[in-house]
Design a protein around this ligand. Structure first.
Ligand code: FRU
Length: 487
């Protein structure tokens, strides 16, 4: 195993981060992970190893725009409080040394005494990208050495496009398995591989592929056993259905066939991409995603609001994934979040036409809220929860029973985000909502977490006021609980 080029590249990255170290600069989310400095996208290599949670992530340590992909690295005992570690991977070899490429996404597994990473190296040959799968190892979980004989998967399967990336590895029946994202005949797909040693890989063709409106390329696949069924998640490029898709079905490990019985969206929001999951020592399947701002006004750069604070991008809250009895996946923030709760406020009110109730006077915009809306008799035309940021700026969440939609509207939120996100919740007798707001991050969980909306907000004022209002004849009984959350 070589490594001097890699070590020098890592040292340059760590020096750049130390120079900028701007984590304290506002406005950053308080309880969502952000990188110490620079651009961040996908979570990588999520694993609990020797008792600690490891989060690696796509990172540009030199600036707040996407370039030069490194693997940033942090560890935690509770998935909420993170400690930054030195960069884990830096572009340094012929197969990954590229400023418009680098060490792309991948995953981590524990093998013997090592922590092993399988990641995509991306370089460019003129207009064509060359993406290969590569290995790196560590004995201490901090310093990683690239395998001397990389790449371990040197080319995509015959007939596939050059887009071939983001290996997710797991162990099953004593064999390493990996899914890799790709594209075949203009449709997104996931390729399946197996290996006895992580070095020599055997190709098994396509595990699953997109329908015509499900994206031309699938990135960041994840595939796992969940409560007796198998679940595939992918991040779909230019899909008409949404960015983040899940498929639940059955996997025959002999024939390697995956038969899908249900599918849906992992998140209805615009700012959720590249989810990756892992299983922890309590047997929980936990998922994190990149909450990249993907719904900005035309011409606005993704780092427009946060570059001054030295970063761009945050991670979603860690979400536990479970399967409801009807086979539908549910996503819900991990219970550890309760430990962040501080000041508490609750109330209940029955509202009729044009009633407005103040649920929370101005507080720091880092809070958790539980809101239950119960309808009986005539239903009103709409019920709106308003997050008032300042005199001119507000974000609203409106339920209209007539079309059964819950709409998150950011038209008046700030000067850079846009759009209305609609979630079909149907005509319901009660609507339980859970919200986590953390300055620029809003995550709304509907009911048991079958539907989730992640959306970023960039109001300049750091406080928020919460109100509820009703319009139209009919009535709704609302009960709420609000907690201030500590960093
Ligand atoms: C998804 C993605 C991955 C790739 C990485 C590069 O956001 O495009 O497919 O590995 O980001 O940073």
């Amino acid at each position: 195993m070589g490594g001097s080029e890699h070590n020098s590249a890592l040292a340059r990255a760590d020096a750049a981060i130390a120079t900028h170290a701007a984590r304290h600069l506002q406005p950053r989310p308080l309880y969502h992970f952000t990188p110490p400095f620079g651009w961040m996208n996908d979570p990588n290599g999520l694993i609990q190893w020797r008792g600690q949670y490891h989060l690696f992530y796509q990172h540009n340590p030199f600036g707040t725009k996407w370039a030069n992909m490194h693997w940033g690295h942090a560890v935690s005992d509770d998935l909420l409080h993170w400690r930054d570690l030195p960069e884990a991977l830096a572009p340094s070899e012929a197969y990954d040394n590229e400023c418009c490429g680098g060490c792309y996404s991948g995953s981590a597994v524990a093998q013997d005494q090592h922590l092993s990473l399988l990641y995509t190296g991306c370089i460019r040959d003129g207009a064509v990208e060359k993406q290969t799968q590569n290995l790196a190892f560590s004995d201490d979980g901090v310093h990683f050495t690239k395998y001397a004989h990389n790449p371990v998967i040197a080319a995509p399967p015959a007939g596939a496009s050059e887009h071939f990336r983001d290996p997710k590895v797991w162990r099953q029946d004593g064999v390493w398995h990996a899914v890799v994202g790709g594209s075949m005949a203009g449709l997104g797909c996931v390729f399946l591989y197996t290996s006895s040693d992580l070095v020599n890989w055997h190709e098994h063709g396509i595990l699953h592929h997109a329908e015509a409106d499900e994206g031309w390329m699938w990135e960041c696949p994840d595939f796992f056993l969940l409560d007796g069924r198998w679940m595939l998640t992918v991040s779909a490029m230019e899909s008409g259905k949404g960015d983040s898709l899940w498929f639940v079905g059955d996997f025959d490990s002999q024939t390697k066939r995956f038969t899908v019985t249900q599918k849906g969206l992992t998140d209805f929001g615009t700012d959720f991409y590249a989810p990756q999951s892992f299983i922890d020592d309590r047997g929980r399947r936990i998922l994190l995603a990149w909450a990249g701002s993907r719904s900005l006004k035309p011409g606005v750069e993704q780092d427009a609001f946060t570059a001054a604070a030295g970063y761009c991008g945050h991670m979603t809250l860690p979400r536990r994934v479970t399967l409801a009895p009807d086979g539908h996946p549910c996503f819900f923030p991990i219970a550890e979040l309760n430990t962040l709760r501080q000041a508490y406020n609750c109330g209940e009110a029955t509202l009729t036409d044009r009633a407005v109730v103040l649920l929370q006077s101005p507080v720091k915009a880092s809070l958790e809220m539980s809101l239950l809306l119960c309808f009986a008799g005539t239903v009103p035309d709409s019920v709106t929860l308003t997050l008032r940021h300042d005199r001119e700026h507000l974000t609203s969440l409106t339920y209209t029973p007539s079309d059964g939609l819950l709409r998150l509207d950011r038209a008046q939120t700030d000067s850079i985000t846009r759009g209305v996100i609609s979630v079909p919740v149907g005509l319901v007798a009660s609507l339980p909502l859970r919200l986590w707001l953390d300055r620029s991050s809003l995550e709304v969980f509907i009911g048991d977490g079958r539907q989730v909306v992640s959306a970023n907000l960039f109001p300049t004022y750091g406080k928020v006021t919460l109100e509820l209002c009703v319009s139209g004849a009919g009535r709704v009984t609302a009960s709420w609980e609000i907690w201030q959350l500590a960093p």
